[in-house]
Ligand binder design. Structure first.
Ligand SMILES: [Zn+2]
Ligand SMILES: [Zn+2]
Length: 180
């Protein structure tokens, strides 16, 4: 069975989401999910001017410190992420690569002045995780708005899509997983 290492990085109060996320990803994708604590200091990714964490740095560290036998890695964090050309990102992945990361920071209702909804936040996290893993499987953004690989620039967009791949995207994921 293909496997995934789930790596908590600065999860803070969201640490309780690690196990349920691992269980959902295992069920949705048929992967063996192993939780592996980060062995590096993620503070190196902090950008003082922006007050956010650079995902490029975090992905590089994930790869450097990962078990070389782990085929795929997903970092999970509660801190705000950015890539230099964008104000923020929900997550990022190397297309067709090994490492991805997702953050709960912009998935929480409280950030938008709405009442807390932990169940909704968790569903958003599942979708963004399945989305970033799709990039690891080589998928680019999908034009079908209900597909989890549809691109979401706003949290409302995440709520509109499903937690699953459309038939075409799923076909590619199956080919990738079947090959290991
Ligand atoms: Zn994407
Ligand atoms: Zn699709």
């Amino acid at each position: 069975m293909a496997s995934l290492q789930l790596v908590p990085i600065f999860c803070g109060q969201q640490a309780g989401l690690v196990a349920p996320l691992g269980a959902r990803l295992a069920a949705l994708l048929g992967l063996e999910v192993v939780v592996h604590e980060a062995t590096f200091d993620a503070e190196v990714a902090f950008d003082v001017d922006r007050g956010q964490y650079n995902t490029r740095v975090l992905l590089a560290r994930l790869l450097q410190h990962a078990d070389p036998k782990a085929p795929r890695l997903l970092g999970l964090t509660a801190v705000d992420l950015f890539i230099p050309v964008l104000t923020f990102v929900f997550g990022e992945a190397e297309l067709g690569g090994r490492a991805a990361i997702v953050s709960t920071f912009r998935l929480e209702n409280e950030l938008y002045g709405l009442p807390p909804d932990p169940a909704l936040c968790f569903e958003r996290l599942v979708k963004e995780s399945v989305h970033e893993l799709g990039h690891l499987f080589g998928l680019v953004h999908c034009q079908r708005s209900s597909c989890v690989m549809a691109s979401s620039n706003y949290v409302e967009g995440i709520d509109l899509k499903a937690a699953s791949y459309c038939d075409r995207c799923l076909g590619q994921v199956r080919r990738q997983l079947g090959g290991r």
